[in-house]
Design a protein around this ligand. Structure first.
Ligand code: 4AD
Ligand code: MG
Length: 432
């Protein structure tokens, strides 16, 4: 790795040695015969010290030229400095300038979110945004590790599909040669056929919904992790869900310490996220709302405020199961003990971060499933392949979808979902 340059995150391995760091100017500050440059390289920040008596005049004079975000390579000696971020600083010998940046639109003062979102391509460089997206990376890594280590096979589902999954009101429709197609709302149906081929699988990819709601929890393009298990009932499904979520949270506590500190996340709240998670029925959740004086009507879905009230009763995610069948998707199996209830489960994150998981046990009887497709006024033809799964060795099976962005938002303590994905897509924003 001789030709690789050093990064700020590696400085502790180079104490007393000379290194070259490639990066961007974060800030400069002068005290006469010495000036300080804070360098940013994407892995962290480091203070670089330029002393008049120790550098060429050309280098020393750069103080007047270097603007915020100018790209430079700084060469100097690594020395411990307890007061500096990361515990090290660089005694500068040379600076090579690559480009002097134009006046940078994002200064170190406060800006409105709309302005920052319009400059998302630059805003990603900021400390908090950087921390959130690093946590996102670790959530993805932990998720993959979790399923890979538990005997699941990764199965990609198509993005272009002929059928809806989660109702027809949020479909993005597009021309597909001489017919129409949709952007997928969920990889689940293909996950089910894959589970019949491989046993335990997970789908991980982008999903799309034409959400007309302008809330802090909805994107039109978001990523979902969707495990699907053959020979699995609702109870085992909930076990997988709590194992997955607690694994991811504990991984982040261990591996995102710096990021969570930057974000001022209350770590104690996350430390409590270990199994078992409370499991309550929809009826029990409805009773909580009634007792707390909510104007919620029995039989409807929970709104954001309802979810917050429910989550406040628990110190870890809560799983709500057995929902009124009318408000759930066509593919859900009914509770054999009460035909009016669907064997669905939602997981609600603590602290008012809302629903992070939706899933359940699937209808596995051919004729019942066909009846449900018709009841939901869906066209039967695009579901023929899906119905086949109930003809050739049908088994009880279950799965769920975890919304990546909502999960990252909760772990980071970020109230608005738009900061949890590099380039958010909403009804009002498709640029940058
Ligand atoms: O509850 P949903 O709609 O469930 C499904 O799509 C199932 N087919 C998944 C399955 O069983 N394989 O969506 C699952 C999760 C939600 O709990 C939420 O976290 C997230 O996906 N989600 C969204 N995230 C951001 N923006 C949106 N518009 C979202 N819609 C759902
Ligand atoms: Mg849902």
């Amino acid at each position: 790795m001789d030709n690789m340059t050093t990064t700020i995150s590696q400085l502790k391995e180079f104490e007393g040695k000379e290194v070259s760091l490639n990066g961007w100017v974060y800030n400069t500050r002068s005290i006469g015969k010495i000036w300080f440059l804070i360098l940013r390289d994407g892995t962290g920040l480091v203070q670089c010290v330029v002393v008049e008596a120790e550098t060429d005049k050309e280098v020393f004079d750069l103080e007047n030229t270097l603007t915020q975000e100018s790209s430079i390579t700084v060469t100097g000696t690594v020395r411990p400095e307890p007061r500096s971020v990361g515990g090290y600083e660089l005694g500068v010998a040379r600076i090579e300038v690559h480009q002097i940046a134009d006046e940078y639109p994002i200064s170190h003062k406060e800006h409105g979110t709309d302005f920052l979102m319009s400059n998302r391509h630059l805003w990603l460089r900021s400390k908090n945004q950087n921390a959130i997206l690093r946590v996102r990376h670790q959530v993805v890594k932990a998720t993959r590790d979790f399923y890979d280590n538990n005997g699941f096979t990764l199965m990609d589902s198509p993005i272009l599909t002929a059928n809806s999954v989660e109702g027809t009101s949020t479909l993005f429709e597009l021309d597909y040669f001489d017919r129409s197609a949709y952007l997928t709302q969920s990889g689940q149906l293909y996950g089910e056929s894959s589970a019949m081929a491989f046993g335990k699988i997970y789908v991980f990819g982008p999903t799309f919904r034409a959400e007309k709601s302008k809330t802090r929890r909805h994107l039109t393009e978001f990523w979902m992790i969707e495990p699907e298990m053959a020979y699995c009932d609702l109870d085992e499904n909930m076990e997988w869900a709590e194992k997955h979520v607690s694994y991811v949270v504990q991984w982040c506590l261990e591996n995102c310490k710096e990021e969570l500190k930057v974000l001022e996340r209350d770590i104690e709240k996350l430390e409590k996220v270990v199994p078992p998670f409370p499991r309550i029925t929809y009826d029990e959740a409805a009773k909580i709302l009634k007792d707390k004086g909510s104007d919620f009507t029995y039989g409807s879905d929970f709104g954001g405020t309802d979810e917050t009230i429910i989550s406040e009763q628990f110190d870890r995610p809560v799983m709500i199961h057995r929902w009124p069948a009318e408000i759930k998707a066509f593919y859900m199996k009914r509770d054999p003990e009460n035909e009016k209830l669907a064997l669905g489960v939602d997981m609600i994150a603590p602290e008012g971060f809302g629903e992070i998981i939706g899933g359940g046990q699937r209808e596995d009887d051919h004729d019942t499933l066909l009846k449900r497709i018709k009841e939901h006024e869906l066209p039967v033809e695009p579901f023929q392949w899906y119905l086949d799964l109930r003809k050739y060795g049908s088994v009880p099976h279950s799965g769920f979808g975890l919304g990546l962005e909502r999960t990252v938002g909760w772990i980071c303590g970020t109230k608005h979902i738009r900061e949890t994905i590099p380039y958010p897509r909403t009804m009002y924003r498709i640029e940058p």
